[in-house]
Design a protein around this ligand. Structure first.
Ligand SMILES: [Zn+2]
Length: 371
């Protein structure tokens, strides 16, 4: 179907950047110590000796494909944008006029085929993505512990001893800097607290990145590692609209709430973080599920909070308290009443707080409930 039209001639037109390929030929020779004569210009003179067509040939196919795939927009014959890639023949073909724009294209994909996820994982030879959660971002080399060579035969004892020493020094060298040593303590702690709080991976990664920024900006000086770790976590959660209260974090981490709060303020100020105020409705789903309330109650609570925000009943009050009161009222409105104590326990606030917020909401929003 595709009629071939002088693909070779097209190629020479398409690649104007073929000249510099001859550059790497020039080798900076070993310093000629006895010759004080200036020999630098001589290097430059000898470069152009490479024949131009062979240099173009030398240009790697991969490079050309990448270049093409980025630049091909139009067929040079008919001007069509409809260029397709023929996988079997390795050709770029104009779908309109049939001009072959590029042939013998190297397939830059993997040389294996996979039919399911397991095979794909088993055959991929690339490593895991970079993780801020891991010391050295997970980009580490490991010398394994098996004392075996590639065929599985045991190594002679002399070699084993050598490997032992290599392992030891490798371990020491890979955590050479003080900040890496710091991460070695901080990041597992971050992971631990995040696990207890049920935080997903992306939040952990973000918190780890924030912590790394704290270290880089010298904000950990004079503060315990755990404090800064938990402050980063708190900031990240709040920023992601998945707030955890200082109380919750303090309880899980064992670091006093006051300390975390203070570190958080320092971090936010020094790194110029713009962390939004906590939206009380972001607590609602958690309270609702902990109290085993229905979706109706959740919906109602969110509506109440929206109205409350409009009337300015939220600012200056703890978001957890307002949220808990809204859930408390919403539960009663949909006929799933929970006691003040139950709600207070789930939200980590006092019954007095709930009572006060409840009165405010009831009065200002004209809610017809009697609890
Ligand atoms: Zn065309």
């Amino acid at each position: 179907m595709a009629k071939k039209q002088t693909p070779a001639s097209k190629k020479s037109v398409k690649s104007p950047a073929a000249k510099p390929a001859s550059k790497p030929v020039a080798k900076p020779a070993v310093k000629p110590s006895p010759a004080p004569v200036k020999s630098e210009p001589a290097f430059e003179v000898e470069i152009p000796s490479g024949p131009a067509p062979s240099a173009e040939q030398a240009k790697s196919d991969l490079h050309r494909v990448l270049e093409k795939s980025g630049s091909i927009k139009k067929c040079s014959s008919c001007g069509s944008n409809d260029i397709i890639f023929d996988n079997e023949k390795g050709e770029y073909v104009c779908n309109n006029c049939g001009l072959i724009i590029e042939e013998n294209v190297t397939d830059v994909g993997p040389e294996w085929r996979a039919f399911d996820a397991d095979q794909r994982n088993a055959r991929a030879r690339t490593g895991a993505p970079i993780k801020y959660m891991k010391p050295n971002k997970g980009l580490v080399t490991e010398i394994d512990m098996y004392n075996k060579d590639i065929r599985g035969t045991k190594l002679p004892s002399k070699r084993q001893a050598q490997l032992y020493r290599m392992r030891k020094w490798h371990k020491r060298a890979s955590i050479a800097s003080s900040s890496e040593r710091n991460y070695l303590i901080a990041l597992p702690e971050l992971n631990r607290v995040a696990s207890y709080l049920g935080l997903p991976d992306n939040i952990r990664e973000q918190a780890a990145l924030l912590y790394r920024q704290c270290v880089k900006n010298n904000l950990i000086r004079g503060r315990p590692i755990e404090t800064v770790v938990n402050a980063s976590l708190y900031a990240t959660c709040r920023d992601a609209g998945m707030p955890r209260t200082l109380d919750e974090i303090a309880q899980v981490s064992g670091v006093p709430k006051k300390e975390i709060g203070r570190s958080f303020r320092v971090i936010a100020h020094e790194l110029h973080l713009k962390i939004p105020l906590t939206d009380p409705s972001s607590y609602v789903p958690r309270y609702v599920s902990a109290l085993k309330l229905s979706g109706d109650a959740q919906e109602k609570a969110v509506v109440l909070l929206k109205q409350a925000m409009k009337k300015g009943l939220v600012s200056g009050r703890s978001p957890t308290g307002v949220s808990a009161a809204a859930v408390y009222i919403a539960g009663a409105l949909v006929g799933e009443r929970r006691t003040q104590k139950e709600v207070a326990d789930v939200a980590g606030v006092t019954e007095v707080t709930i009572r006060n917020r409840y009165r405010e909401l009831k009065k200002e929003l004209n809610i017809d409930v009697n609890l």
